[in-house]
Design a protein around this ligand. Structure first.
Ligand code: SAH
Length: 219
């Protein structure tokens, strides 16, 4: 899977993509991530990527030209998908993450800033995606979210240690994973309260454990 991210703040991604699962996925060559600086494609003297809105109103709007040229410069694989981040777009879920990983070999992510994009940028994309009903200052965090959620579902990315089997939203968006416990068996708080692990989990009886897990969803 190849990810191409278009942004005016390319360095935002430097540390995040160099840690943990995304770093390992790149090392194992399961994914490639290319971050493109939209500003490098401006044709005006001051390298401006935004301008005032026609018709008036507050803030600045991202211009179509640098995005058009930046997109044109990105090599296309066989099955690319171009996604624009927009708080008003269709809401991103685990179903999208799975679908993108299965259907495409390249995901091109367009990060907005300011008041968002000139509406004509929409002519260049396949869909508008929102990561939730709140407004961020930019599409960079959404790009990290899509990159990570798609990557961790790709075959061979996660080992046994962090598995996607039977996790929350696997199979259905209503599904929530069972509660988990680890050492110690008994944790004592400052006020001498004892927080214990359900005894069945210590019993070694796998059938009983499975039954308990099914019957005890998270609080
Ligand atoms: N004026 C716009 C908001 C712009 S926020 C409006 O009212 O709809 C600036 C950019 O941040 C957006 O263009 C988008 O790329 C990104 N962004 C902000 N919130 C987002 C969200 N919930 N989901 C996806 N992208 C978001």
């Amino acid at each position: 899977m190849r990810f191409d991210i278009l942004t005016i703040f390319p360095h935002i991604f430097d540390s995040y993509f160099q840690e943990s699962i995304l770093r390992i996925a790149q090392e194992k060559q399961k994914i490639e991530i290319h971050v493109h600086d939209i500003r490098a494609y401006t044709k005006n003297k001051h390298k401006k990527t935004d301008d005032i809105p026609y018709g008036g109103g507050p803030g600045m709007v991202m211009m179509v030209q640098p995005i058009y040229d930046c997109l044109k410069a990105i090599p296309r694989l066989e099955k690319p998908r171009v996604i624009m981040f927009d708080p008003g777009g269709s809401e991103y879920t685990q179903v999208h993450a799975k679908h993108y990983g299965e259907q495409y070999d390249q995901i091109i992510l367009l990060c907005g800033r300011y008041e968002g994009f000139d509406e004509r940028v929409y002519n260049l994309v396949d869909e508008r995606i929102s990561i939730g009903k709140y407004v961020l200052s930019g599409g960079e965090i959404p790009a990290m979210i899509v990159t990570e959620t798609v990557t961790r579902l790709l075959p061979g990315v996660l080992g046994h240690i962090e598995s996607t089997h039977d996790e929350t939203f696997s199979g259905s968006l209503d599904y929530v994973e069972h509660p988990q416990y680890t050492r110690p068996e008994n944790f004592t708080t400052e006020s001498e309260e004892q927080w214990t692990v359900p005894p069945v989990l210590l019993s070694g009886n796998h059938a009983e454990i499975e039954k308990w897990r099914k019957e005890h969803p998270k609080q």
